[in-house]
Every structure is written in C-alpha cells, then in structure tokens.
Design a protein around this ligand. Structure first.
Ligand SMILES: *Cc1c(COP(=O)(O)O)cnc(C)c1O
Length: 456
C-alpha cells in the first residue's frame, strides 16, 4: 500500500494540526510539575552560556517530530522485513531518514535505528567480535570514549582491550606509535575517534594501520559528525569500514547512526554463511542488540538530516570552528594553558591546574556554573587527578554559534571565564568560595550577553 492509498485519515487536515497543538496544552493540564520543569529548563538554557562540547541544540522542527504520534508505532525489523502491520507511513519515514543520512555523509549505507551513539558502537562490536577478541582503542583518560572498551563498560568486560596513547609531550596522536602497537597487538578491531581531542584525525592513516594489522576500522565521529558533513573535517566514511555517531552532537535528536562507505558490501563470514557487512550490521541491530526502533526519533533524524543538506548548516560548521579558534586564542592571550595550543574543531581543552596552583577541573566547572557559564570538567592526557576531580575543562562552541555569536563574543566569553578562574578562592580540590557580589555581577553580564542571542 502506498501512503496515498492508505489515506491519512485524520477527520480533516485541521483536526491533525489541532491534535498537534494540543500536545503542550495537554501537558500543562495533566502535569504542572513537569510542565514547569520544562519551562525552567528553557529559562536555564536561555539565560546561561552553553559551552558543553558534547551538547548541541536541535531545531523546533526536530522537536516537533520527536513529540509526534509516530512515537506510538511499534514494529520490529527493517523496511521490507517488519514484524507488525501498519507500517505504511513509518516505512516511508525510515526510508527518508536513511536516504538523507546517506546524502549528508556521502555514504553507501546508513542505519538510523541505533538508540544512541553507544548503542551504535555496541552493534558494530557485537557484529564483528567474539568474546575475548582484541580491540585497540584510544584510552578513556586520553580522550577516548567509554564504549571503546573502558573497563567500567561492558565493552571492556567482554573484549580484550589494548589502548594506544597520545604523545606525552605534544598530546597529539602519534601514528607511528599506533602502527607499532597495532603490529604487536594484532587486534581484530581498531577504533578511532574521540570525546576529547582537539586536532584533526587522520582516518586515511588509521585505515593503512588497520589494513596492515588485518583489522577492521571503526571511526566513531560522534563529536565531529557535523564538521564531517560540511567538509570542515576530513570524512571517515570511505576510510573506515564503519563510522558511528550520536545524532544529537551534530545538532539532531538524541540517538545514534551507523554509516558505511565503499566497504559496505564487502563479505563477512557469519557462521558458515557469507553475507555483506551491511546486512550483518542490520541483523545485529535487530534482533542482536536492540528491539523496536524509536520511529519518532527516526522521523526527527530525517528532519535533521534534511537540515544538514542546507547551506546554513554547512556554513555554520565552519563558523563553529572559527569561534572555537577565537575562544582558544583569547584564552591563550589571557595566560591559560590550552591543550595542544589551540584547536582544529569545535572543542577546546584547558588545563586549569596549570593556570593557578590548586585549581581543579571540578572546581572550575562549579564556580563557572555559579556565574552562569556551563562547561564540563575533563581529564587531560596523563592527568594525575581522579576522574571526579580532573585538571581540565572542556569547552565547545556549537550552541553559542547556533544562537548567532561570533569571534567578538568569544573574546567576551574568554574574559568572563578568565575573571571567574582568577577570582575564585581555592579551599581544597573540590571546595572553593566565590565573592557573592562578583558572582552576581558576572551572572548579569552573562545574561545580558545571552539575551542578545536568543535560543534558535
Ligand atoms: C558522545 C559519544 C558517544 C556516545 O553517544 P551517546 O548517544 O551519548 O551514547 C560515543 N562515542 C563518542 C566518541 C562520543 O563522544
């Protein structure tokens, strides 16, 4: 049945629209507590500076798709192989999302079902590896991700994980050292891509290393997916066998994505059967790892991927980098230790312990938040502080850029951060005092700045 013959029978077109408009009215009537909390989160986001590098801000259109009736549709499997009836509409939705994801990344294959970036990695790992097979990945404390084999994650529990590291002096990936490690470890899978790495990643080199070691290559481009779409960072899609990403970091709904380039139909032996890699990935997605897809979320992904095909989105990715470079440069000028001396992407790592003796990442995060500046503490490579204390903070520019700020505002933000970190009175690793009138004045300056750049 086509979408036309299934006749979208809301009694009249207006009824459908009214239904949609009643959603927030219904929430307000049904649950004042949650309604007020949502209003409060809106206020918080509008009145404070959002500088968390892992965060972004999706459009109202994406939010509308998330909150739509598509959320009610239950099915299993992929388009053409569903386990429930009534999929005429959602099949079209998923096909659109897949097509647009492929267009956005110039990919041969896209799987829009992963519930998150972590789930996308989980699917690839489950598809390729048996228990105790070897993974080579960047260490968690070096900028890697939990789902790349950290001991506290299932990926570290079931697989045999070895790490590669950044150079002790430059804090940059040392491809020769990674090559040596891959030669000696002989992993079945190499993972590249990071949560805290400010410089360009050479996916071509990683593929050469993987080929030499006879390993598959997974590029987890969660943080830089938007930059990759726009061509503001080299693409992993044709170098890695698999690229994964969360979809909220580049500015879409929460969720994950697996994309494949030229290796998508390469054969893999599964038991005694040979099948294309992409098909094995689908069978591992369902029933291997996940159950029913979140179809409302897939609708929202479709809306988001359409946005990424627009000129505004593409140009914004370059502005995000320009802003990050401006913020890094201003912080350096003010005497801060910006890790690797700057950035090539949307993210900046700052060693706050090197700015003032006794200052820690957790303290910086907290006192900045007291003043309306939202960042996160971050371990730095070879950090001697615990993960809950840290020596660093991580800053990101996607949201302030989305709201229209430019290099001039980045200088103002650097000055605000600098003033807070200079003024805070250090008591212990996690304890500090901040002068109340200084705090209020800074908060006011932050609010004034934010009010000029309303949430987009
Ligand atoms: C954020 C991130 C993820 C996890 O994505 P979730 O959707 O939060 O599970 C995976 N890998 C990297 C490198 C990330 O930065």
């Amino acid at each position: 049945m086509t979408i036309d013959s299934c006749k979208l029978k809301t009694r009249s077109p207006q009824t459908g629209e009214q239904y949609h408009k009643t959603i927030f009215d219904a929430l307000e009537r049904a649950d004042q507590e949650v309604y007020q909390l949502i209003a409060g989160e809106y206020q918080r986001r509008q009145n404070t500076l959002q500088l968390i590098a892992a965060e972004n801000q999706c459009s109202p259109a994406v939010l509308a798709a998330l909150g739509s009736v598509i959320q009610n549709k239950t099915t299993e499997g992929f388009v053409g192989a569903r386990f429930h009836g009534g999929c005429q509409v959602v099949d079209r939705v998923e096909e659109l999302a897949v097509k647009r994801a492929k267009d956005a990344f110039g990919a041969k294959y896209a799987n829009v079902q992963p519930h998150s970036g972590t789930a996308a990695n989980q699917i690839v790992l489950t598809a390729l590896l048996q228990r105790d097979d070897k993974i080579l990945s960047l260490g968690l404390d070096q900028g890697g991700h939990l789902s790349h084999g950290a001991r506290v994650s299932f990926t570290g529990k079931f697989f045999n994980v070895e790490n590669y590291y950044v150079d002790r002096r430059t804090f940059l990936l040392d491809y020769e050292a990674i090559r040596d490690k891959a030669r000696s470890v002989k992993p079945k899978l190499i993972i590249c891509g990071a949560s805290a790495y400010c410089r360009t990643i050479d996916f071509k080199k990683f593929r050469e290393i993987a080929d030499e070691a006879g390993a598959y290559l997974l590029a987890d481009i969660s943080h830089i997916a938007g930059l990759v779409i726009a061509g503001a960072h080299p693409s992993s899609v044709d170098y890695a066998h698999f690229s994964t990403t969360s979809t909220y970091k580049p500015g879409g709904p929460r969720g994950g994505l697996i994309i494949m380039g030229k290796d998508y139909d390469r054969k893999i032996m599964v038991g005694t059967k040979s099948m294309p890699l992409w098909e094995h990935i689908e069978r591992t997605t369902f029933p291997g790892v996940q159950g029913t897809p979140y179809l409302n979320n897939i609708a929202a992904k479709a809306v988001f991927f359409k946005e990424t095909l627009c000129e505004e989105y593409r140009q914004r990715q370059f502005k995000i980098i320009e802003n990050a470079k401006a913020l890094a440069a201003s912080l350096l000028e003010l005497g801060h230790d910006v890790v690797t001396g700057g950035t090539d992407n949307h993210m900046i790592l700052v060693n706050v312990a090197n700015f003032r003796a006794g200052l820690t990442g957790v303290m910086a995060q907290k006192c900045l938040e007291d003043c309306g500046i939202v960042v996160n503490m971050n371990r730095l490579p070879y950090d001697k502080k615990a993960a809950t204390i840290t020596s660093g903070i991580r800053l990101g520019t996607p949201i302030v850029t989305k709201n229209g700020m430019g290099p001039q505002e980045m200088r103002s933000i650097a000055q605000l951060i600098d003033a807070v970190l200079r003024t805070v009175e250090i008591i212990s690793d996690a304890e500090y005092r901040i002068d109340r009138s200084f705090q209020n004045k800074t908060r006011q300056k932050v609010e004034d700045l934010c009010s000029k750049f309303p949430m987009q």
